[in-house]
Design a protein around this ligand. Structure first.
Ligand SMILES: [Zn+2]
Length: 233
């Protein structure tokens, strides 16, 4: 099932995700920072749905061109609709499409109305700009408390959850993690891979619990300290 999710690099360091239904050979997309790489990839594939994690330009700028090209339906949460592309429809709390069942997890922090998509049958988490490999999103709209609570929600998912995040910040995040935990074997191993550009494009929650300082933080105070340090790193 892993091969049903394809990572498409967009803009400088964004990742968008194309998901294939094995039932129908149709596709859905998570986020749309740029149209050209997605349209190039599609080459006649039937894109039916486009889901947005949040309203930042680097997640929505390609949407209207993709929509015009494919006729796909666009979806986001109701509270974010005013800032999402015209024609976006409101998502319910859980959303089913073909063999997939997504929980829409509210994830305030990076923005107030950020959502993550958790696919329950395969344990896939599309985390947008909330959790990155070895890092977490900056707080543009939400508070440290909100982001900390959101990360605790992520920690409660199964350890084999596969993480698909919105940006490739892996090397910069592991550089910071190494600075915080200089003797940590897992972080050092990850850092060496990232330096060679060999770190995988997605991890599991089990791995993140080992290498991600923001998940390792065991109190709100510690999380806040790490987040402020990273903002100035
Ligand atoms: Zn963002």
């Amino acid at each position: 099932m892993k091969d049903c999710v394809e990572t498409i690099p967009a803009l400088n360091d964004n990742w968008v995700y194309l998901i294939r239904s094995q039932n129908t050979d149709e596709y859905m997309l998570i986020d749309a920072g740029e149209a050209a790489p997605v349209i190039d990839n599609l080459q006649g594939k039937a894109l039916k749905h486009l889901l947005f994690t949040h309203h930042h330009g680097d997640h929505i700028a390609g949407a209207s061109d993709i929509q015009k090209h494919t006729g796909c339906q666009m979806h986001g949460i109701k509270a974010d609709l005013e800032q999402l592309p015209n024609g976006t429809e409101a998502l319910p709390e859980s959303w089913k499409w073909q063999e997939y069942a997504f929980d829409i997890i509210l994830a305030p922090g990076h923005t107030l109305n950020h959502v993550m998509f958790y696919e329950k049958n395969n344990h896939w988490l599309f985390s947008g700009d909330t959790l990155f490999i070895a890092g977490c999103g900056r707080l543009f709209e939400g508070s440290h408390e909100q982001m900390y609570d959101t990360l605790q929600k992520i920690k409660s998912l199964p350890d084999d959850t596969k993480l698909f995040c919105g940006h490739d910040y892996t090397l910069s995040n592991l550089t910071f993690a190494k600075h915080l935990f200089p003797g940590d074997v897992d972080i050092n191993k990850g850092y060496e891979l990232a330096k060679l550009n060999n770190f995988p494009h997605s991890t599991t929650l089990a791995t993140e619990k080992k290498i991600n300082p923001f998940l390792k933080a065991s109190t709100l105070e510690e999380f806040k300290k790490f987040r402020i340090m990273k903002d100035n790193f």
